[in-house]
Design a protein around this ligand. Structure first.
Ligand SMILES: Cc1ncc(COP(=O)(O)O)c(C=O)c1O
Length: 302
């Protein structure tokens, strides 16, 4: 048995026991950062969130994160109660309160707020949004490449719950992850409605075949900011990259596979459904893309 792991694994950091949390305009100690049992997010998963990473004093790709947050809020008809500058200031205020300068990760969450009665109808959420920011010291730490298992839970069509919404309700992804764990893997590889390989339960997914980088068409997965940066980096550096449909046969036969996300940047995949991918270790293309991404971050967060 290999040790349990996840793509969002970080080095143990005791400073996170004492962090300060942003809660509706106030900065409060972690132990006191509590929301109501009537909160729309707690009760129904009615809210949206963003994950951001701090490098060298700068929140990477802030514009893209704010665009996605406001787009999602508009889509679910949620008034965040702050403009872009207000959200950015809340993030900076939390960062300053925690004295964080680099290697921090923020989960910024906005829900439809406290409900007057414990039922679904959004008109019962009348008290304004609940906004929280959990900011932790965070250095990703993966002792080995990740293992994936394909699961029966698929990425749905946009008219049910659009997979592009970073919604608080992640049950589809969570049951996918549970199924993968029960199959002995770390996380789930999810297919789309047509059976093509799409994404994992928490990250975007890429394969490398004969020097080409492939990822899904993007139709059924989160419009990952790291995903787009990797595609752009490939294009700028003469690496053939394709957003296309591909199957499990293409995937098992790939030379390399890796995941992308704000938390872990690019995470190598060593095994899928009990098949070793390539050498089972991080491959040269993944290594090259990781180094290109690191340079991009150094430029962006100088
Ligand atoms: C389901 C899912 N896929 C992929 C990602 C990665 O997106 P990003 O690169 O913007 O962090 C996330 C992160 O929010 C996610 O929730």
């Amino acid at each position: 048995m290999t040790k349990k792991m996840s793509t969002h694994q970080a080095e143990e950091d005791r400073r996170n026991d004492e962090i300060l949390i942003y809660l509706n305009g106030e900065i409060v100690p972690k132990a006191e950062a509590k929301v109501s049992v009537y909160d729309s997010g707690f009760m129904l998963g009615d809210g949206v969130w963003e994950g951001l990473r701090l490098y060298n004093g700068t929140w990477a790709f802030m514009d893209e994160h704010l665009d996605r947050l406001f787009e999602a809020a508009k889509a679910i008809d949620l008034d965040i109660g702050l403009d872009r500058e207000g959200v950015e200031n809340a993030l900076l205020e939390t960062q300053t309160a925690n004295g964080m300068t680099t290697d921090a990760h923020a989960r910024l969450m906005v829900t439809r707020g406290v409900k007057t009665r414990p039922f679904q109808h959004p008109s019962l959420s009348q008290q304004g949004p609940t906004m929280t920011i959990i900011m932790e010291h965070s250095r990703p730490n993966l002792p080995r490449p990740i293992k994936l298992a394909t699961v029966p839970h698929i990425r749905g069509l946009p008219m049910s719950q659009d997979p592009k919404l970073n919604s608080h309700s992640k049950l589809n992804c969570i049951i996918a992850c549970i199924a993968a764990e029960k199959a002995g893997a770390d996380e789930a590889l999810m297919l789309d409605v047509n059976g093509f390989v799409n994404t994992t339960n928490a990250c975007n997914f890429f394969i490398v075949r004969k020097g080409e980088v492939w990822t899904s068409t993007g139709d059924y997965c989160m419009n990952g900011i790291t995903r787009q940066k990797v595609i752009d980096l490939c294009r700028e550096n003469g690496i053939p990259v394709h957003e296309r449909n591909y199957s499990l046969v293409d995937t098992y036969g790939a030379d390399e596979a890796f995941l992308t996300g704000t938390f872990g940047a690019q995470t190598p995949v060593g095994e899928i459904d009990g098949r070793q991918i390539g050498s089972g270790q991080m491959g040269p293309m993944t290594e090259r893309i990781r180094s290109l991404y690191k340079n991009l971050i150094e430029k962006e967060c100088a």
